[in-house]
Write a protein that binds this ligand. Structure first.
Ligand code: 5GP
Length: 190
């Protein structure tokens, strides 16, 4: 049922998107598997190679770009590349599962453009920018400069919301999780 399908979750960082995606992945009645992106940034906190990301050097990342190994990629922050490897999507499709992405707005829309029929794109919206800032600071893993960089990017990303198939406003996490579950269940039955 999931085979050949793509589910894109995009949102400004701090909107709660990752929590929702992790919740969905635990639902045994949804045949989903997480697309592990490649990145040239260093692991943060407790992150694990091959679970959170495939960590590459900037050089290795560029080599894979030259070899056309990415479905999409972006230089999200200066010198920090992020991308989806074609091999990752095939790995999941071969298991008969749908691929779930936790990626930035531009990357998400890029995937939908390439696979318009196969993709469900969902935008997770924080209740407001003050709350977003509070959540980003609450993580306590990043410098002031990095937090400012993320907030700037978030403000721009919010403008992309109308381009998505669905918008979930995360002012109540439990309701947001339920909304996401229902959207995906319906999409996978198609
Ligand atoms: P973080 O450093 O917080 O893990 O991620 C930074 C940004 O890169 C987030 O907005 C995240 O969604 C995005 N990102 C993660 N993986 C990918 C990917 O494969 N492609 C693109 N375009 N963006 C990604």
């Amino acid at each position: 049922m999931g085979n050949g399908k793509l589910i894109v979750f995009s949102a400004p960082s701090g909107s709660g998107k990752t929590t929702i995606v992790q919740h969905l992945l635990k639902q045994t009645n949804l045949p989903l598997e997480f697309s592990i992106s490649a990145t040239s940034r260093a692991p943060r906190g407790e992150e694990i190679e091959g679970k959170d990301y495939y960590y590459l050097s900037a050089n290795d990342f560029k080599l894979k770009i030259q070899n056309d190994e990415f479905l999409e990629y972006e230089e999200v922050y200066a010198d920090n590349f992020y991308g989806t490897l074609k091999s990752e999507v095939n790995r999941i499709w071969e298991k008969g599962k749908a691929v779930i992405f936790d990626i930035d707005v531009v990357g998400g829309l890029n995937i939908e453009e390439q696979f318009p029929e196969e993709t469900l794109s969902i935008f997770v919206q924080p209740p407001n920018l003050e709350e977003l800032e509070r959540r980003l600071r609450g993580r306590g893993t990043e410098s002031e400069e990095k937090i400012k960089m993320r907030l700037d990017k978030s403000t721009t990303e919010l403008e992309f919301a109308p381009k998505f198939d669905a918008i979930i406003t995360n002012d109540n996490l439990e309701i947001a999780k339920q909304e996401a579950f229902q959207l995906i269940s319906k999409f996978l039955k198609k």
